[in-house]
Unconditional design. Structure first.
Length: 474
């Protein structure tokens, strides 16, 4: 993609990681002009954030990539511990549950981060968008009307800029936004994508090797011939060269260095947890690792990042295209920063062995009950709750009705008069019963959370105005 074809845009997104690409997809399907710029010449090549939690799978379904995620990923494998070349027994690190009517996904999914990004980029291109690679942001300025970003390829003018450029975010630093945090583990770790001969190690388990030098894990990556290797170091610095990775495998497992036929990518890191002191500065927003950095132990970083984008996308769309009050954008930080703080705490406790990976890690229970866009309750639910799935009649599911960039007004077991709708911005659905809801009216936001709930329409019109909906009860 050439910059000279786009010098002005509605939203400029710095960074083509999971949050940047998810946001670009969400904006593109709404008709918001968005440009993604990435300083690297191509997408990130490693597996890094390989775990996709149930709530994120629901988000990816809505963004139109659910089939690709199912095709290229797989359920997280059960762990297998080893000692002296002998299997010691299975160890399942995750809570697994069968799908239910309300929760279609009951266990985490595994897929390398590079594949997630490839899938999102393909979807973005289907929607008419793209990424400008080899375009580094070097500076920015903003005024009352927009942001001017200086890139190595020229200048771009946008109504808003979104920093999705990682933990060392250039945008965050340019804005002077501090990031407070702590070192989760003083010892460094190594992560690498490796290929291992089929005769040496099976791909049925997540293999765990314990030694005095530190734990090593080898997790098969679905849809590839690779394993993700993660190694802890109690002393010394990791050697990330192919020779160093092979020597590590030979020293800490029963495998030989020759069993590692290829080292496709490797990196070292020191697990830390950090949170930006604010997620917004004027017309600039922080998402993903630019706003919060997690230990990988909890499998929360990529998931929290994608859901940042999912929260911000519909709000930008409502303000830019549908006349919603500009104050709606303030609710992004108000809703997402507390969630990021909660997930950071969870990741840190899991890393330190203080908490198991339970239902909290699935992110299905997260919500915005105390947030600025939660109003009312009805039946079994309160505004701010995740809107559950369930039968919608005529063989359809509620999630099918919710899918897309629109709001949904769900009427369950009530004959209350409802507003007219055109299906583009608001859809109205009546059903006699929805087990997870009880009786009442529920306005489901485009990101799948209940914004307003009530037994009748009192207060609905006022709430709708706050989010850019003009209801017609005629």
């Amino acid at each position: 993609m050439e910059l000279n074809s786009v010098k002005e845009t509605d939203v400029l997104i710095a960074g083509a990681g999971p949050s940047g690409l998810a946001l670009a997809c969400d904006l593109a399907r709404r008709g918001v002009r968005a440009l993604v710029v990435e300083q690297a010449p191509s997408l990130f090549p490693g597996s890094r954030g390989k775990g996709i939690q149930p709530r994120t799978r629901e988000v990816l379904d809505d963004l139109g990539v659910g089939d690709a995620v199912r095709a290229h990923g797989g359920a997280a494998p059960v762990g297998m511990t080893w000692k002296d070349g002998e299997r010691q027994g299975a160890y399942d690190m995750f809570r697994r549950a069968a799908p239910t009517e309300a929760e279609p996904y009951g266990e985490p999914w595994t897929m390398p981060q590079w594949r997630t990004q490839e899938i999102l980029l393909a979807r973005l291109r289907e929607l008419g968008g793209d990424v400008l690679f080899s375009a580094a942001l070097t500076g920015l300025s903003q005024d009352d009307d927009g942001v001017t970003a200086r890139l190595t390829t020229g200048e771009v003018r946008a109504a808003h800029l979104v920093a999705a450029d990682g933990g060392r975010s250039t945008v965050r630093r340019a804005l002077g936004i501090t990031m407070e945090g702590e070192v989760v583990d003083p010892s460094p770790s190594l992560v690498a994508d490796v290929r291992i001969t089929e005769a040496a190690l099976d791909r049925l388990n997540w293999h765990i090797f314990l030694s005095d030098a530190g734990m090593v894990t080898l997790c098969p990556l679905p849809g590839t011939a690779d394993f993700q290797l993660v190694a802890q170091f109690k002393e010394g610095a990791p050697d990330t060269t192919p020779e160093g990775v092979r020597a590590l495998v030979a020293a800490r497992t029963h495998l030989s260095g020759d069993d590692v036929t290829e080292v496709r990518w490797s990196s070292d890191f020191r697990p830390r947890a950090a949170l930006a002191d604010r997620f917004r500065e004027g017309r600039v927003f922080l998402t993903g690792d630019a706003a919060h950095v997690h230990s990988p132990a909890g499998g929360q970083g990529l998931n929290t990042s994608v859901q940042d984008a999912y929260n911000l996308g519909w709000k930008l769309g409502q303000v830019l295209l549908h006349g919603a009050p500009a104050g709606l954008l303030d609710t992004y930080e108000q809703e997402r920063r507390p969630v990021a703080a909660e997930m950071l705490g969870l990741s840190t406790r899991i890393h330190r062995g203080e908490q198991e990976r339970g239902t909290a890690a699935q992110q299905l229970g997260l919500g915005y009950r105390e947030g600025p866009l939660a109003s009312g309750r009805a039946g079994l639910l309160e505004a701010g709750d995740r809107a559950p799935d369930g039968p919608a009649g005529e063989g359809r599911r509620l999630f099918e009705a919710f899918a897309g960039p629109h709001f949904t007004l769900l009427a369950v077991g009530t004959d209350a008069a409802l507003p007219a709708h055109d299906g583009a911005l608001l859809r109205v659905l009546r059903t006699e019963a929805a087990e997870a809801y009880g009786k009442g009216l529920f306005l489901v936001r485009p990101d799948g959370y209940i914004g307003w709930a009530g037994e009748d329409t009192s207060g609905l019109a006022e709430y709708a105005g706050r989010v850019g909906l003009d209801l017609n009860f005629a």
